[in-house]
Design a protein around this ligand. Structure first.
Ligand SMILES: [Zn+2]
Ligand SMILES: [Zn+2]
Length: 379
């Protein structure tokens, strides 16, 4: 995640490429590497994300200009988080915004009516360990602002005829103010950055162009995902006011604990109890595997409690790779309880026999020698 590729290289265009060329190349590459077309191919998925991120920057005139001058540094400290697929975000009031404001001012905004896009929204999804292994599609419900159905997002009862240029900012959507050395632009308080004023506000949305609704969003959780991963779904956030672009949706993934398996990175641990006799005599046991299959494990005679057996490649799927971790069987040896009369007799007989010869109990010799040393050394 730490290495940052040149956005032009990622999109396979020259630094002088036109907006149209960038868009064309982005479409071609996005089609090629789209996760739906490359099921389970983690490299393609990683590539797809790089492409999307590079396009997010280069499609925007101001961000592209900032990137051309300052490289990746232009967007650092923008409030993004580590982990998951999140590539440090813009918006949210971070440095990125300040850059945008400065550059917007220096370079001159494109024509008026540039309102902020919709807010990013956050949601949360819980998945089982099996789902984290195989990947899963989840429907998540989010309550968010969506484009108003009555006015199709225009905010006006009568379509475009009721929409006029904002008198405060003359349609620019921005007002300027001196701040130290800089002239900064802020969204126009009258029209909230839309550059328009609505003379006959839509009754359903009071001229906002958006209404609050519950929405169901399908989230593709990739195989190998870890607890705490954040998935960014570009454009699935809140609808922007008056038809401006939507924000992004961030989905935080929690992986539920499992009754059989514990995960550590790509490895999976499973504790299996053995009877005393099984551990002493040796046996073969069947164990469950995270992928839903079963595996046989040979337990050699004389196995001690706490012993580990590794099952190569039976562990967790690895994000962005076809590799799999290993599974470890951790053996516990159980002491029998509530003995029948016959069991008791047999064990007593066994004890009499075993007690006379210390070689049957490998830890015994060392232990009792240390006990003897302890008392003799202490006198
Ligand atoms: Zn409306
Ligand atoms: Zn205005």
């Amino acid at each position: 995640m730490a290495t940052q590729l040149d956005y032009y290289e990622v999109l396979e265009v020259s630094r002088t490429a036109s907006a149209e060329e960038i868009k064309k190349s982005y479409r071609k590459l996005a089609m090629k590497y789209h996760p739906d077309r490359n099921q389970g191919d983690a490299d393609a998925e990683a590539r797809f994300k790089e492409i999307s991120h590079a396009y997010d920057i280069l499609k925007d005139e101001q961000k592209r200009a900032a990137y051309d001058r300052f490289g990746h540094a232009a967007f650092e400290g923008g409030g993004g988080g580590a982990g998951g697929f999140d590539f440090s975000g813009f918006g949210g009031g971070g440095l990125g915004d300040i850059f945008e404001q400065m550059f917007g001012d220096m370079m001159g905004r494109r024509g008026g009516g540039q309102a902020r896009s919709g807010n990013d929204i956050q949601t949360h999804v819980e998945i089982t360990l099996e789902e984290a292994f195989s990947g899963v599609k989840k429907d998540v419900r989010v309550i968010t602002r969506v484009a108003c159905e009555s006015c199709h997002g225009s905010g006006s009862e009568n379509g475009e005829s009721g929409v006029q240029t904002c008198p405060s900012c003359h349609g620019a959507g921005k007002v300027r103010a001196q701040q130290g050395f800089f002239i900064v632009e802020r969204p126009c308080p009258t029209c909230h950055g839309t550059g328009r004023s609505i003379t006959d506000p839509c009754k359903a949305c009071h001229g906002e162009g958006t209404v609050e609704r519950e929405r169901v969003v399908e989230v593709q959780v990739p195989a190998g995902v870890e607890d705490g991963t954040r998935i960014r779904m570009t454009g699935s956030g809140e609808a922007g006011a008056n038809g401006t672009p939507p924000g992004d949706l961030y989905v935080h993934v929690s992986v539920l604990e499992h009754g059989l398996f514990q995960r550590d990175g790509a490895n999976v641990y499973c504790r299996v109890p053995l009877r005393m006799g099984q551990a002493a005599l040796g046996t073969e046991i069947e164990v469950p595997v995270i992928d839903g299959s079963r595996a046989n494990v040979k337990i050699p005679a004389g196995t001690q409690g706490g012993a580990h057996f590794r099952l190569r490649g039976k562990g967790f799927s690895v994000l962005r790779s076809s590799a799999r971790g290993d599974m470890y069987i951790q053996v516990t040896v159980e002491t029998p309880q509530h003995l029948t009369k016959r069991q008791r007799e047999l064990l007593e007989e066994f004890e009499t026999e075993a007690g006379e010869d210390i070689k049957h109990s490998p830890e015994h010799t060392g232990f009792f020698r240390r006990v003897r040393d302890f008392f003799e050394g202490g006198e």
